[in-house]
Design a protein around this ligand. Structure first.
Ligand code: HAM
Length: 411
C-alpha cells in the first residue's frame, strides 16, 4: 500500500473545523490591523532562498527540496519548494514595485512550507505557516505593531499566556563586531566544538549560540566565554531602538523576557528578533518566530526598505488549541440566579457532562469571561430562559449561540 510520505500528514474532516477556526481568527485579527492577504507560489528559484535565507543556514544547507526542471538541458533551472515565505514575499514586493504604495505595506499569508527535517512531534516535512510581513518602517513602532498582532492573534485562539522572548542582534556593524569577538574567544576551543559548530565557526558564528550539544554548552559556560557571549554589544542607536520597543510592549501590557542567546536560524535578521514559546509543546516549543530584516529587500535587488515580520507553525497551534480544548469543562452555567444555576449544574453532571457555575452570582460579563476561559460551552440562564423554560447555549470557540428546549439536545 502506498502511504503518505514521512513527515507529511493528511488533515481529515474532524480536524478541519479547528483549522478553519484558527484561520478565521487570523484573517480577522490581521485584517483588522490592516494587513492584506498575499499568496505567493509554493516554489521559487533556488537562488532566492540561497541568497535570501542564507547559504550557511541549516535550512538552505540541509533541508531544501530542490530539483531541476528541464532535466539535463542547458537551460535547466533549479527550483525549490519554499521552506519559508519571507523570501517569497520580498521577491513579490520587489517584482510588483509594491514599494510605490505609501508605507507601511503590510501583508499576511497562510500556506504550506517544506523542509527536509528529521520528523518528530511538532516537526514535519510539510507544515503550514501563518505569517505577516511589514515593509517601509524602521521605527520600533513597527516592531511593536508586529509583535502586538502576533500576541492578539494567539490570544484570540485562547493562547493568551504565552511569553515573548526577545533579543536585539544590532545592526550589521554590531553583528560583525559580535561575530568577531565570539570567534576570538572560541578559537582556543575550536577542536572541542561539535562538527556543526566547527562549520558554523567559519560560516555563521552567531548560530553557534543555538547549539544544544552538551560539550559545546560546557564551553559556553566557561567564565571567559560566557562573558563575551552575554556582553551588551549593540551600539547606541540599536540600544535606543530596542529600549523604545520594550517601552511600547510595557505600555501594551505584553509580557516578554530578554534572551541574549536568541539568534534565530535564518541569516537575514538584524536588530529585533523574537520567538513565542509554549510549555505545552515539549522540545519543539516555538509557535512563532520573527524579527527585523532591514537589509533583505536591497540584497534581493530592491530599493533599501526596512522590514519586519513573523511566522507561526499552524500544526503547533492546532496541537495546543486541541490540548486546551480537551482540558476544558463541557458546560459553564452563566446565571445570576444561583438556585437555578446549582440545579442545572447538577442535571448536567447527572448526564455525565462536566459542568461548573459561578457560585458568587457575579456580573454577567465576568461570568462569561470566566466561562470562555474554562469551558467549551456556556449555558446562559437569564430571566427569559428561566421564565419561558428554554436554554441559550453558546459555543465558546465559534461564538455561535442556539436556543434549546431540552437538555437532551446538547451534543
Ligand atoms: P522559522 O522560525 O523558521 O521562521 O519558522 C516559524 C515557525 O514555523 C516556527 O516557530 C514553527 O512554529 C514553525 N515551523 C518551522 N519549522 C517547522 C517544521 N518543520 N514543522 C512544523 N512547524 C515548523 C521563519 O520561517 C521566518 N520566515 C519567520 C519570519 C517571517 N521572520 C520574519 N518574517
Amino acid at each position: 500500500m502506498i502511504k503518505a510520505q514521512r513527515g507529511t500528514k493528511d488533515i481529515l474532516g474532524d480536524e478541519i473545523p479547528t483549522w478553519q477556526w484558527i484561520l478565521d481568527n487570523a484573517k480577522r485579527i490581521f485584517q483588522n490591523a490592516c494587513f492584506q492577504e498575499i499568496k505567493t507560489p509554493i516554489f521559487e528559484a533556488t537562488e532566492l532562498f540561497a541568497r535570501g535565507v542564507g547559504d550557511s543556514t541549516d535550512i538552505v544547507n540541509k533541508e531544501m527540496y530542490s530539483f531541476c526542471v528541464g532535466g539535463a538541458l542547458k537551460d535547466s533551472t533549479s527550483i525549490t519548494l519554499r521552506p519559508e515565505n519571507t523570501a517569497g514575499v520580498v521577491r513579490a514586493f520587489i517584482e510588483h514595485n509594491l514599494n510605490r504604495q505609501s508605507p507601511p505595506q503590510k501583508f499576511w499569508y497562510f500556506g504550506p512550507m517544506f523542509r527536509y527535517e528529521r520528523p518528530q512531534a511538532g516537526r514535519q516535512r510539510q507544515f503550514h505557516q501563518l505569517g505577516v510581513e511589514m515593509f517601509g518602517i524602521k521605527e520600533p513602532s513597527a516592531d511593536a505593531e508586529v509583535i502586538l498582532s502576533a500576541v492578539e492573534f494567539l490570544k484570540s485562539i485562547g493562547l493568551g499566556d504565552l511569553e515573548v522572548e526577545l533579543n536585539s542582534l544590532g545592526c550589521n556593524k554590531c553583528k560583525n563586531d559580535y561575530r568577531n569577538s565570539i570567534k576570538e574567544v572560541l578559537k582556543p576551543y575550536l577542536d572541542e566544538l561539535c562538527d556543526d559548530c566547527k562549520m558554523r565557526y567559519e560560516k555563521n558564528p552567531l548560530r553557534i549560540l543555538d547549539c544544544k550539544n552538551e560539550e559545546c554548552q560546557k564551553i559556553f559556560e566557561l567564565p571567559e566565554v560566557k562573558k563575551v557571549i552575554l556582553a551588551d554589544y549593540i551600539c547606541g542607536d540599536c540600544r535606543e531602538h530596542f529600549e523604545t520597543l520594550l517601552e511600547y510592549l510595557d505600555e501594551l501590557g505584553i509580557k516578554y523576557s530578554r534572551n541574549k542567546l536568541l539568534v534565530r536560524g535564518l541569516d537575514y535578521y538584524n536588530r529585533t528578533v523574537f520567538e513565542i514559546k509554549s510549555q505545552n509543546l515539549g522540545s519543539q516549543s516555538a509557535v512563532c518566530g520573527g524579527g527585523r530584516y532591514d537589509g533583505l529587500v536591497e540584497m534581493l535587488g530592491g530599493v533599501p526598505t526596512p522590514a519586519i515580520g513573523f511566522a507561526m507553525g499552524v500544526e503547533r497551534l492546532y496541537t495546543i488549541v486541541n490540548k486546551i480544548e480537551q482540558n476544558k469543562t463541557d458546560y459553564f452555567v452563566v446565571s445570576q440566579n444561583t438556585k437555578e444555576a446549582l440545579k442545572l449544574a447538577r442535571k448536567l453532571r447527572e448526564d455525565n457532562k462536566t459542568a461548573d457555575f459561578d457560585m458568587q452570582g457575579r456580573k454577567w460579563v465576568k461570568q462569561l469571561e470566566k466561562a470562555s476561559k474554562v469551558a467549551k460551552y456556556a449555558i446562559l440562564l437569564g430571566e427569559d430562559e428561566i421564565n419561558q423554560g428554554f436554554y441559550s447555549v453558546k459555543n465558546l470557540s465559534t461564538g455561535e449561540q442556539v436556543k434549546i428546549n431540552n437538555l437532551k439536545e446538547l451534543c
